[in-house]
Write a protein that binds this ligand. Structure first.
Ligand SMILES: *[C@@H]1O[C@H](CO)[C@@H](O)[C@H](O)[C@H]1NC(C)=O
Ligand SMILES: *[C@@H]1O[C@H](CO)[C@@H](O)[C@H](O)[C@H]1NC(C)=O
Ligand SMILES: *[C@@H]1O[C@H](CO)[C@@H](O)[C@H](O)[C@H]1NC(C)=O
Ligand SMILES: *[C@@H]1O[C@H](CO)[C@@H](O)[C@H](O)[C@H]1NC(C)=O
Ligand SMILES: [Cu+2]
Length: 297
């Protein structure tokens, strides 16, 4: 915690980059779109409260985390996202199509084309620029159907959200650090791909597609979130509705599942009894299932 506080304080008072990250790029069926195309941009710098760190002042850069104490809009889709919603295009996809997100660790004024284009293995951002993920936690995606009569460019996400993807951890029984978060590449190897399918059973219609990494630790209320939302319009053969979802920010309150960890789990030594990933159950396209890790070898 101490080192995080110092890092955040540095980032708040200087123009240090790479403290955190934002999901800024989306691929549809393997085709990367330009950075922030189809994804609601954020306003930066933006001033809002920090939890438990009054010394930091209100300043938040583009890549800074969002906390439960922040505005509901910030927790849903990123700081001041509604100011950018009308300018964000809508990506047309078919139910069953593949989506991938990529993250960026530099602030927008530092972005260069070669951070994004021509990356090895067809990635959306290039690992050689230091695109690691420096926080342990699950990466998740959620869908929120746009209410009838409303356009996605006007919808803030106050309705329900259904989780469709979680990239959690591998349990390493024989290691000291047993909780090996898959996105967290402290060994500095390239991050795994954040790729998933829009479930084939997804009903036609417009949705907000929300991507996040949540770094929960043992300080209740201190969890860091990294939300970004894309506008999508799904064409499918299913009619009807998604199963009942959860509400944001409520599902990310400090006492909700997965949002406050024991010291041991926060430091990767063990898994808390009855641990579930945050954000409610996972929809597998047919039913909602508890989003719990598999604790095997
Ligand atoms: C997104 O927002 C950032 C920070 O406010 C800004 O620097 C950048 O130019 C914006 N990008 C687009 C495509 O509007
Ligand atoms: C935002 O917070 C920073 C740091 O505390 C301060 O310097 C700046 O004046 C504030 N800006 C606004 C618009 O309130
Ligand atoms: C873990 O340790 C046990 C006991 O020493 C051993 O039998 C098992 O093969 C090990 N598992 C792995 C994945 O290394
Ligand atoms: C375990 O978690 C589930 C859902 O997260 C909850 O409904 C249940 O009450 C919990 N059980 C215990 C023993 O805490
Ligand atoms: Cu960070």
């Amino acid at each position: 915690m101490v080192s995080m506080t110092i890092l955040a304080a540095l980032a708040a008072t200087t123009t240090v980059v790479q403290g955190h990250f934002t999901f800024v790029r989306i691929a549809h069926n393997g085709i990367w779109q330009h950075p922030t195309r189809y994804i609601r941009n954020k306003t930066a710098p933006f001033n809002e409260t920090w939890f438990n760190q009054p010394g930091l002042g209100p300043y938040h850069g583009y890549n800074f985390p969002t906390e439960y104490v922040n505005l509901p809009e910030s927790v849903r889709c990123g700081r001041d996202n509604m100011a950018h919603a009308a300018d964000t295009e809508v990506l047309r996809v078919a139910a069953g199509d593949e989506i991938e997100f990529a993250h960026q660790r530099y602030e927008p004024e530092e972005w260069t084309d070669d951070m994004f284009y021509g990356c090895p293995e067809g990635r959306g951002t290039c690992h050689k620029y230091g695109m690691d993920i420096n926080h342990p936690g699950p990466v998740m995606a959620f869908l929120s159907p746009v209410p009838k009569g409303v356009d996605v460019r006007e919808y803030g996400g106050a309705g329900e959200w259904t989780k469709i993807y979680t990239l959690g951890f591998r349990y390493r029984k024989n290691e000291t650090l047993k909780v090996d978060w898959l996105a967290y590449n402290w060994e500095k190897t390239p991050v795994p791909r954040f790729a998933f399918k829009i479930p084939p059973q997804t009903p036609s219609g417009q949705y907000l597609l929300r991507m996040d990494l949540i770094w929960a630790y043992s300080l209740a209320g201190g969890a860091q979130m990294y939300p970004s939302c894309a506008h999508i319009d799904v064409s499918g053969i299913s009619t009807g509705q998604l199963p009942a979802g959860v509400q944001i920010p409520e599902i990310f309150s400090p006492d909700s599942p997965g949002m406050t960890l024991s010291w041991e789990m926060g430091n990767q030594y063990s898994v808390d009894a009855n641990y579930s990933h945050p954000g409610g159950p996972l929809w597998d396209g047919e039913k909602l299932v508890p989003d719990k890790p598999v604790i095997g070898e």
